[in-house]
Design a protein around this ligand. Structure first.
Ligand code: MG
Length: 367
């Protein structure tokens, strides 16, 4: 049995310095009585000259489906499909950062059985102001808002609840939400949640973060709220927005894994500016050394230290194994690049060219 259903093909565009999400839907005849697999979604094409991915003369690019989840908005039998962008000869397009992550995995990365999780912060805007902020002036200073409750503490919970339910219904590995330090700022987390059979690997979790971001924008349309992933949406004494990244390899998770964690941190300390370069646009505005960050020009690691670049959670230090938290990535980072950069440093594989992605951030890190 088959039925006509919709598949929303999602891909990353070529916008700089921060990539945008694009999507379009295809009507497909999909099976209703047997499992749908990635092979049920055919390749498709789009006009790359309208997405900053090609010039007008030869503008057709290809969408290759690589992962999918249920479409929680259109309902049963419909899907959201993550795609890589390919050139007409089948090679990865220069904007295809997922291919960079695959390259690291294919060159020694897979054996590490790495897992990644992301703590995605974002800010809701209504018109040009953060949601719930007075039209003139500012809300009261930070303090009561983090994990707050009540109309004076938080704004936008209706959207947050709808988004969280949508992620769960889609099968996205969301594992928590909270109101953040700045009013109108929120966080959701994607990653390992202790459920048997779930794939916490780098490709799948990075795909899931992009699906979750797409759903946030899409549901934002219904509420009239615009999500912002700017790393410092309001200048001054207001917290920025990050995407703390939790990372582990099989060795780190095993008994005595603290040695592998320390080794990784030592390797990362020598590549600080290379990491900053692909951790998001405008990081110099967020990594100031204030507001629970470490300065962009400094690398520091520490146990349970929220002012560190990399934090080893207290429980991990106590247990002697687990994971580390890289606190540097900004809310607007590309998770494919963050995961690729960490894994390549951890395994000492340096044959991926990251230079095309975020030269401005690299510049900021070098002074
Ligand atoms: Mg947070």
């Amino acid at each position: 049995m088959t039925e006509l259903k919709l598949a929303e093909y999602i891909w990353l565009d070529g916008a700089k310095p921060t990539r945008g999400l694009r999507s379009k839907a295809k009507v497909l005849s999909l099976p209703t009585t047997s499992a749908v697999t990635i092979d049920h979604f055919p390749e498709w094409s789009f006009d790359g000259s309208s997405t900053a991915q090609s010039d007008g003369s030869n503008s057709d690019l290809f969408l290759k489906p690589v992962n999918f989840v249920k479409d929680p908005l259109r309902g049963e039998g419909n899907y959201l499909v993550m795609c890589e962008v390919l050139n007409d000869d089948g090679t990865p397009h220069e904007s295809n950062s997922r291919a960079s992550l695959r390259k690291v995995l294919d060159n020694g990365g897979i054996e590490k059985e790495a897992w990644v999780g992301f703590e995605q912060e974002y800010t809701l805007f209504k018109d040009t102001r953060p949601l719930g902020w007075p039209s003139v002036g500012f809300p009261g200073p930070q303090g009561p808002y983090y994990c707050g409750v009540g109309p004076e503490a938080v704004a936008g919970r209706n959207l947050v609840e709808a988004h969280t339910k949508a992620c769960i219904d889609a099968g996205i590995a969301i594992y928590g939400i909270n109101a953040e330090v700045m009013p109108a700022q929120w966080e959701f987390q994607i990653g390992y949640r202790g459920i048997a059979g779930e794939d916490a690997g780098l490709l799948n979790m990075s795909d899931h973060l992009w699906f979750a971001r797409w759903l946030l924008y899409r549901i934002g349309e219904d509420f009239g709220y615009q999500p912002s992933f700017d790393v410092k949406p309001v200048a001054g004494d207001w917290n920025g927005a990050g995407c703390h990244t939790n990372f582990s390899t099989k060795d780190m998770r095993a008994a005595g894994g603290i040695d592998a964690i320390q080794d990784a941190i030592t390797r990362m300390s020598k590549k600080h500016s290379d990491h900053i370069a692909v951790y998001g646009h405008g990081l110099e505005r967020r990594l100031t050394g204030l507001h629970e960050t470490c300065s962009i020009s400094e690398f520091r690691s520490g146990k349970s230290d929220r002012g560190a670049s990399i934090r080893v959670p207290l429980q991990v230090a106590t247990n002697g194994c687990g994971y580390f938290e890289d606190r540097r990535p900004g809310a607007n980072c590309d998770p494919y690049l963050v995961a690729a950069r960490i894994l390549s440093t951890v395994i000492g594989y340096d044959d991926v060219d990251f230079s095309g992605y975020t030269e401005e951030a690299a510049l900021a890190a070098s002074h």
